[in-house]
Write a protein that binds this ligand. Structure first.
Ligand code: DGL
Length: 278
């Protein structure tokens, strides 16, 4: 039994797709979420810079919130920093790439799958390696989708403009003959309707959110770090803490619309150049 919270982070609102799955699966667990909206988007940045941000946020979660596990709820940061974070910190660090790939290879029927993500994620080769390791017989077609994240961060998930962009970016995947598409950026599930309209009903969309939550539950249970529901009921409702490096009023308003009523308040954080925070 371990009452410490679970920590998680993303460049902004995308990780809320993982937070939703986690709250639904583990309602008894306390959660601390950092949305690094002051420095989003991570996708176009050099991987070394994203790694530095990921390290700083993880250190903040461990030192200020004493989290028992960290979820890198961002594919770009998982691609850039997962190995380094696991080496640097004692707490377990869970990424979103391997859980997503497990769902992807389990779902395909024709053996030809697609992954979409940021320029950083696709360029890193992390998905290409993970799919080959999970099932060498599966054929993979990847595409970067620059611009999708910005639409989500503006709260624009269903406009004509995002549809036009999706038509253009997803054309190669539509022509490739895939039957399953992994949304390899935690922001993209918010665009699922648009992406599905463009890809057509025959293509199954897969996100890493649920599988990541299952993976967290398995790790906590294996370590004896989970918080039994009876404990939670005795203590009252689990607490969810939402922290944003950008405008907190925007984070609260748009975050609540995207995640739901659990996002009832947001606190600010400011990153300093020397790696510290205020
Ligand atoms: N949600 C992040 C991901 O999964 C990315 C976003 C960004 O470009 O900031 O890759």
């Amino acid at each position: 039994m371990d009452r410490r919270p679970i920590g998680m982070f993303d460049s902004g609102f995308g990780g809320l797709t993982v937070a939703r799955a986690l709250i639904d699966l583990l309602p008894e667990e306390d959660l601390v979420y950092v949305g690094d909206t002051a420095r989003y988007p991570y996708g176009p940045r050099p991987l070394a810079e994203v790694r530095r941000f990921a390290h700083q946020i993880t250190r903040y979660l461990v030192e200020e919130h004493q989290v028992k596990l960290v979820i890198v709820a961002c594919n770009t940061a998982s691609a850039a920093a997962l190995d380094e974070l696991r080496r640097s910190f004692e707490v377990p660090v869970v990424g979103v790439i391997d859980p997503g790939v497990r769902s992807l290879v389990a779902a395909t029927r024709n053996g030809h799958v697609g992954v979409i993500g940021t320029v950083g994620t696709i360029g890193s080769g992390a998905y290409q390696r993970a799919v080959a390791a999970a099932d060498p017989g599966v054929k993979l077609t990847c595409a970067a989708c620059p611009g999708f994240v910005e639409f989500v961060e503006r709260g624009e998930t269903d406009s004509d403009q995002v549809h036009v962009l999706a038509e253009r970016l997803l054309a190669p995947l539509r022509e490739a003959g895939i039957d399953t598409l992994l949304l390899g950026c935690t922001h993209y599930p918010f665009l699922a309707r648009t992406i599905s309209d463009v890809m057509g009903r025959d293509v199954v969309l897969v996100s890493s959110a649920d599988e990541t939550a299952f993976s967290v539950r398995a790790q906590l249970t294996a370590l004896g770090h989970d918080r039994p529901p009876a404990e939670m009921r005795a203590a009252g409702r689990a607490t969810h803490t939402w922290i944003s490096s950008g405008d907190v009023a925007t984070f609260r308003a748009l975050g609540r619309r995207l995640l739901g009523p659990e996002l009832d308040d947001a606190r600010p954080i400011m990153w300093a150049e020397d790696g510290s925070w205020r």
